[in-house]
Design a protein around this ligand. Structure first.
Ligand SMILES: CC(C)(COP(=O)(O)OP(=O)(O)OC[C@H]1O[C@@H](n2cnc3c(N)ncnc32)[C@H](O)[C@@H]1OP(=O)(O)O)[C@@H](O)C(=O)NCCC(=O)NCCS
Length: 193
């Protein structure tokens, strides 16, 4: 851990002091972290962010032990203080996000439902599950990515969609509630029109 780098972030990027409790491994190679915030309760929770990214307005939240949030290289997380992106990994789960991804503002990713649902025998029906987002995915405005979601490489998720399962075909636009394929054979292009 480079202390001067951490102090720089504390003053320039408004990290919460709770960051000290986490093994933050934000690469020093030009990844910019702005208006990010960490809330951590538990042990062995980690956040790892790859190099050459712009991580703006992300609220990282971990609760319980052994939760891991990983964002790959060249990530573009386009949140803000007013319109944050929320990455919540709880109860021993992970959120694994690939390289070259885009998370739009107000995207929420949750590995748990926070409240249990049980059957008549007391068995928990809605256990927390890991979430995986592949390389070059673009998650549109206000999407909610729920537990167990797996998005293959080159998935585009339409604005305000909700995902909650394993999607298998890469290069697909999925949209709606719950999100379903609306177009195949696509890739995310450059910024702009
Ligand atoms: C997903 C998206 C990129 C698709 O755009 P597109 O390729 O022009 O696709 P279309 O508008 O032709 O839509 C294709 C189909 O998907 C449906 N669809 C598109 N976006 C949808 C959404 N967010 N929710 C539900 N359905 C959606 C359309 O209704 C259409 O259905 P139809 O064929 O039955 O008429 C666009 O709709 C979208 O959601 N953009 C998000 C923009 C954003 O979040 N920007 C953030 C910048 S950081």
């Amino acid at each position: 851990m480079n202390i001067s780098y951490l102090i720089y972030n504390l003053f320039h990027n408004r990290f919460s002091l709770k960051m000290w409790k986490l093994e933050l491994d934000a690469s020093r190679k030009k990844t910019k972290l702005r208006h990010c915030h960490v809330t951590d309760s538990g042990k062995n929770n980690t956040i790892t962010i790859g190099e050459y990214g712009l991580i703006s307005g992300v609220r990282f939240f971990t609760s319980g032990n052994n939760n891991h949030i990983t964002i790959g290289r060249k990530a573009y997380c386009n949140g803000s203080t007013q319109q944050p992106i929320r990455l919540n990994a709880c109860d021993g789960t992970s959120i694994t996000i690939g390289d070259n991804i885009i998370l739009s503002n107000n995207v929420e990713i949750h590995t748990t439902d926070y409240h249990r649902i049980t059957d008549d025998n007391g068995n928990v029906l809605n256990k927390p599950k890991d979430i995986v987002i592949g390389n070059r995915c673009w998650i549109g405005l206000r999407c909610i990515i729920l537990k167990g979601t797996i998005l293959p490489d080159d998935t585009i998720v339409g604005a305000c969609s909700v995902t909650n399962k394993v999607y298998s075909e890469s290069g697909t636009i999925i949209a709606g509630i719950p999100a379903k394929a609306v177009r195949t054979g696509v890739k995310v292009g450059d910024l702009g029109n």
